[in-house]
Write a protein that binds this ligand. Structure first.
Ligand code: AMP
Length: 525
């Protein structure tokens, strides 16, 4: 028999209603470099209504794509609420992609309108001619752009309430392209339902436990997997949002955290590494308001987590996810460091398994190593207009991440499938070597890649960025206490910075190319 419960639609519109209703007194604060702009959620909701009217006026009357090319700000949040709630699809463009990739994805998604921050107009302007479907551009702030609309002028002319339509929860709400795969970037399309359920999950105590007492600072960009879902989850919880704008340097971030009494903040390890170094150099840094720092995007070195906790009382919680998984899929709460350095436990709703050669499902015994596959209501089942059967396996997403799974659902990743190093038939985890190296006080960044070796097939090449003094022999000695001897790299390269991808991860492919072109100076021990 069927239940007596209705299929009440789970939509972003209902989050908007919370913002304009019971949480109308919560606030969004946008940092502008020398001060702040403040808006209660009631006003943000009115701006969302005005924006929806403005977009209607520009021809957005169905599921057309409205792109954003923006920093994390109140205006970007208004678009997060307005675009999906009016039935259109929000497409967050990653401002750090290469021009050709941006043109490709805007054309592929058939974006019709782009909302752009004035400071980013110089980046967007040269691409617009090639973005064939874009009809209108709306500029937030002051910048010269022929034919563009001024955001404030448009909104000032519009009514501050909107007759939000009834939506199907399965309808597309937002999309984000991932360049983590090979070939062209691929589009992941989130539904209202997936965004809603993901937000509920983020709000659980096993994840971030957000509540109306929190002040959340999403440092992770809103164009990267919806800022890890922090904006929507904050509307659901009634948490206030503090937006850093384009000020992503440690000096600004530490100031905002202290002045705005931020309680939860999400960013990749590189940013927290910068904050730690800055805090060590400046006595007046106060991070005491932070109760939880979810961190992921790449493996978080244990040394970083420990330092922030022991020196500043900041609890960093390791989390794993992908654009394809909305993104939060695992998070590492636990009393022991043993658990906290894992990628974390699968959230309720997300199922995982480890798959070995020939698609054999391996035991969840925290020993067997294979590719992690996941599925769930906020894990994509396909890419937008892009067949990639290799990424999907009978309803499961092949993550491309290699690791193990414990009986209690904790995932430990040892590598990306394409980054593992096979030496004499045995796997060496580049991530383990990197994490161990980053525990050395002189090492700022370390990336390890596999290079061909006559005898062993492949051996690790450690590329390190150091501050102060440490030579290869010393670093090797340091590693000797931490990893098996046969894994110790004999090849070392001291570089100025590890090349990064558009979302700030180590671009190991770029390092491999540099190595192939003979651009890395190598010291052999
Ligand atoms: P993206 O879609 O750009 O967010 O990239 C997702 C990929 O980032 C994953 O497939 C992992 O390879 C990597 N990643 C994310 N979080 C972690 C983590 N906590 N530890 C290791 N790798 C991670």
């Amino acid at each position: 028999m069927l239940s007596t419960m209705p299929d009440f639609p789970l939509t972003i519109t209902s989050l908007l209603r919370l913002a304009e209703g019971q949480f109308s007194d919560r606030e969004v604060v946008t940092y502008i470099g020398d001060g702040y702009r403040r808006q209660p959620y009631a006003e943000l909701a009115r701006d969302a209504a005005r924006l929806a009217h403005a977009l209607r006026g520009l021809g957005i009357d169905g599921d057309q794509r409205v792109a954003t090319f923006m920093w994390n700000s109140a205006e970007h949040l208004a678009a997060y609420l307005a675009v999906p709630s009016m039935g259109a699809v929000l497409h967050t463009l990653n401002i750090r992609l290469f021009p050709e990739q941006l043109v490709y994805i805007a054309n592929h998604a058939e974006d019709q309108v782009v909302i752009v921050d004035a400071s980013l107009v110089p980046l967007l302007r040269p691409l617009l001619d090639d973005m064939k479907t874009v009809k209108h551009v709306i500029v937030v702030g002051e910048a010269e752009l022929d034919g563009a609309y001024d955001y404030r002028e448009l909104l000032d002319q519009a009514p501050d309430t909107f007759d939000w339509p009834e939506l199907d929860e399965r309808a597309a709400a937002a999309m984000c392209y991932t360049s983590g795969t090979t070939g062209n970037p691929k589009g992941v399309v989130y539904s209202h339902r997936s965004a809603y359920l993901h937000s509920m999950s983020v709000c659980t105590a096993n994840a971030m436990g957000l509540s109306s007492a929190d002040r959340v600072l999403p440092i992770v960009p809103m164009f990267h997997a919806n800022a890890w879902g922090l904006p929507y989850a904050s509307f659901m919880a009634g948490a206030s949002l503090v937006m850093p704008g384009r000020f992503l340097q440690a000096e600004h971030l530490t100031r905002v955290i202290a002045e705005e009494k931020v309680t939860v903040s999400g960013a990749v390890p590189t940013i927290w590494g910068d904050i730690l170094r800055y805090a060590r150099q400046h006595e007046d840094v106060d991070l005491s308001s932070l109760r939880l720092v979810p961190c992921g995007g790449s493996a978080v070195p244990e040394s970083l987590m420990r330092a922030l906790q022991e020196e500043y009382g900041v609890r960093v919680v390791h989390a794993w996810g992908m654009t394809e998984t909305s993104p939060l899929a695992t998070i590492a709460h636990g009393d022991s460091w043993e658990l906290r350095v894992t990628q974390g436990r699968l959230l309720a709703g997300v199922e995982g398994r480890i798959v070995g050669d020939g698609d054999r499902v391996l035991p969840n015994d925290d020993v067997a190593v294979g590719e992690l596959e996941v599925r769930g209501p906020w894990v994509t089942g396909a890419y937008y207009l892009d067949e990639d059967p290799l990424k999907f396996n009978d309803g499961w997403l092949r993550t491309g991440d290699v690791g193990r799974l414990s009986a209690h659902g904790f995932v430990t990743l040892t590598d990306r499938a394409k980054d593992v190093i096979k030496s004499g038939g045995e796997w060496i985890s580049s991530v383990e070597l990197e994490n161990a190296l980053m525990g050395h006080p002189a090492v700022v960044e370390a990336a390890v890649i596999g290079v061909s070796d006559e005898r062993w097939g492949e051996r690790p090449l450690a590329c390190v960025v150091i501050e102060g003094t440490a030579d290869a022999a010393e670093l090797r000695e340091f590693l000797a206490d931490r990893v098996p001897r046969w894994q110790l790299p004999e090849r070392w390269s001291f570089i100025e910075a590890v090349p990064k991808t558009s979302v700030g991860k180590f671009a190991k492919r770029e390092l491999r190319d540099m190595h192939a072109r003979g651009e890395l100076q190598i010291i052999t021990l």
